[in-house]
Each structure stands twice: as structure tokens, then as C-alpha cells.
Design a protein around this ligand. Sequence first.
Ligand SMILES: C[S@@+](CC[C@H](N)C(=O)[O-])C[C@H]1O[C@@H](n2cnc3c(N)ncnc32)[C@H](O)[C@@H]1O
Length: 505
Amino acid sequence: MSGYDGGRGRDDDRRSSSGRQRSAARFRGDRSRTSQAPAQRRKRTDPARTAAFDVLREVDESDAYANLVLPPLLRERRIRGRDAGFATELTYGTLRLRGRYDAILATCVDRPLSGLDPALLDALRLGTHQLLGMRVPVHAAVSETVGLARDRVGAGPAQMVNAVLRRVSERSLEEWLDVLEKEAPDPLTGLAVAESHPLWIARALREALAGNERPVDEIGALLAADNAAPRVTLVARPGLVDVSDDDAWGDADLVAGPWAPTALRLEGSDPSGIPAVREGLAGVQDEGSQLVALALAGAPLDGPDERWLDLCAGPGGKAALLAALAAQRGARLVANEVAPHRARLVAGALAALPDGAVEEVRTGDGREVGADEPGAYDRVLVDAPCTGLGALRRRPESRWRRTPSDLAALTGLQRELLTSALDAVRPGGVVAYVTCSPHLAETQLVVSDVLRKRTDVERLDAPAAVRSVVRDGADIPLADRDDVQLWPHVHGTDAMHLTLLRRTA
Ligand SMILES: C[S@@+](CC[C@H](N)C(=O)[O-])C[C@H]1O[C@@H](n2cnc3c(N)ncnc32)[C@H](O)[C@@H]1O
């Protein structure tokens, strides 16, 4: 990114012809725009940085998700190519590394950060990420961010941005990390700050490593992996599209994923132009999600194998893979989801599946299915609502939104959903309990609590089920346990948990 000039020269023309200022005014923090002459505005604002700033304000003020706000904003403002790449890295990087940058900024600002105007604080964070996370030259990072602050926050705050960012620029990232480490009361706190995680999450992840037979000193690598933007991974839905079909993949640059035979890693970030994706024959799906669905479909089963249930299906990624696998063996899938808008997404995800593969997409509370349809299914997936602590790299702001108090409500729901799934599966049938969180309270403890109350369930060898579905020759490292925990820093996947259970009587 070095040498990036904010795309000003190129953008001035686009700005006058695109009508973008009207749409930009939708966003708040626009205080000084109207009092400035257009020529001044053009001089001060850079479209990529302004877009990043506006997304950060939306995330802060409206609890928006950056990955839902940024892409349409870039399209609306016609920010493309290098400018779009810069805006994306600036937005997501600033959100992910907010904790690290706030700790650095706290040493450069003479009052508590909590007392600053939130818009000013966002401008400081954006400038700090350019200086320490993107190697933008100091003069460009400071002057462009000062211009942005003047335009969006005001002249006084812009002066402060100038002074603070100059202080930040006096040290390299490594030097700043040394400072933070020395200030920390203990190593885990230091690591949590340096790798920008709330301390409770760093603690929970360290406990999850220990609880899954991994060395706890991997915590640094795990936290660092959460800060790396994940590669886009596609799933080639079996029976719908073949990896070797050139027409289906267009000119996309794809390499096979290391584990799932269905997984393809995309070089680049925009899969929307790929014919197979447009037609629903393939989709964007983390390789860990693919593995757990493949493992459920591949788990050994006695008796009929005809009717499968996805109890918590929205938005439908795993349902689409399961339905494709079901179709290959003449089985059919019922996809259940409690939220109507998410049930509609499931229906969309399943649209390309052959007739007969999907029995029904229904909107309903998964906790009631076990009582309503006891023993009615051969295979059941419970991909439970969870904290998402295993997918932090994918949702840049989520680590700052979650609180430990979310756990109590979620783990209660998880227990009820797993209980319902075990009632809904027939004796001899298989249930997969899955979360995209490695938190022990959401994984091992939920399973052991539910099983303590039942005598009709046995655990299956989930590592064996995963090994039986991975790509030929792939030697996937899995702990010596009967459940599976995947890790971003080990497997390059989200931290998916899988327990496989069989109903015995
Ligand atoms: C982790 S997501 C599932 C992701 C999905 N399996 C996929 O691969 O696309 C959990 C889903 O459970 C849904 N959910 C939450 N409570 C539920 C309930 N009581 N019954 C059924 N679904 C529920 C949520 O709305 C959310 O869509």
C-alpha cells in the first residue's frame, strides 16, 4: 500500500459525475461539510479513507456489521480497484486492531480515550492503522487523516489528530508492542492488548486450547490468526458442479483447499462473477464448515438413511452442502430456521438443488422439533447459535460487541436445541453438534450436560469421521479425543467444534 495517495486525482472526476456527495450525507458526522466550499472539500477528503470512516461510524452508532455496510457503500460511491482495496483493508484492519491501537493512543493522548468524541477517536484509529498496520508513508497518513478529521469532525479535533498521529509515528509497531508488553500486568493481558482481543476472550480461548489438548502457549498464534483476513473459500457442491468444469469457474484463480475435497480457495476476494457461484452450484463457505457437514453425512449409520434435518439452518450454507450430499444417495433434507428472513436465505441457498433433495424449508423453533417429530430423522445437524468466537477473523467488529453475559443465554438455548435434536433422531441415527466457537461452555460443557441427563445416547469417534472425508492423502492434525476442534492457526479454518452422537435406544 505504500505510496497510496488517497486516489484523489482519479477521484475528483468521478466525484463530480457520480452524485456521491448526496449519498455520503446519509452518514452522520458530516458537521463541517456544508460550511465549506466544494473546492475545499475536494482538497481535504479522500474517498477511500472517507468510506472507511463512515463505515466505522455506522458500526459504532448503529451496531452495523462492517462486512454488510462497506461493499454497498463502495459500490454506491463507485470506489473501485486499488481505492476499494485500500478502503477495505483500512476499515477491517482498524476494527480488528482497535484494542491494540487504543492502548497505543492512550499513551499519546492526555485524557482518557472514553472522554473523546467517538468520531475523533475513530479518525485517530484510522490514522494509527495507516501508520502501523499499512505502511502508508507518515506524511500521507497524517495529512490525509487530518483532512478527513477536519472535514468530518471539525477544525479543532483535526489539530489534535495531527499532534497525536505525529506522536504515534515516532515509534515503529515493534517498538510500540514492546511498550505495551512492559506496561501489562501479566503476559496474557499483554498478549490480549497486543493482539487486540478483549481479555475475557483471550482467557476463554486459552482455556479452550487447554481443554482440547493443545499447548496453551499457542494462544499468541491463535490470537494473531484472528487478525489475519481469511482467504475466500468456495464449496463445490457435490453432484452440482465439478471442480474440473472450466465453464463453471470462468477465469477464477482457484486452488484446492487442504482438507475438504469440496473446498477451493480463491485467489482474490470477489467470487460474485464466478458462474458456479451465481448459479448456486457453489458458494462461499469456510473449509471447517464444509468438513463438519461432510463428517455428519459420512458418519456410520445402521438402517435407513433417508431423512435428514438441519435444525438451525439459516442462512443455509451447510444445508446446501447437506442437501447436495443427500441427493447423491436418494435422501432428502428438511431445513428448519427460527428467523423468517433467515429461512428465506435458506430457501435461496437451496434453490439450485435437484427436485427431491429438499423436503421442506420451514420456519420454526428448533426446540420444539424433538417433541413434534420424535425419532423422525436419520441424521440431524445442530449448528447452534453461538458467540462466534471461532470466526473472529471473519467479523472484524464482533469481538468488541460480545460480552461474557451472552454466554448464559446462548448455552441454555444450545442445551435445549441439542436435546430436541436427540429426540428428533431415530434410535441408531446420528446427531452432529456444531458451533463456530471453541468456548468450552458452548461446546464440551453443553454436550456433557445434555448427556448426563440421558441414557440413550453414545458418543461417536468424530476425528475418525473427519479423517474419513478429508481429501486423499491429507493428514489432518486432530487431538486424541472423541470430538473435534478445528483452529485458525492450525488448520486455517474457523474454530469449528464438532461432536457426533448416536441415539442408542
Ligand atoms: C450458526 S447459525 C447456523 C448457520 C447455518 N447452519 C449455515 O451453515 O449457514 C445458527 C442459526 O440458528 C438460528 N436459531 C436461533 N435460535 C433458533 C431456534 N430456537 N430454532 C432454530 N433456529 C434457531 C439462528 O437464527 C441462526 O440462523
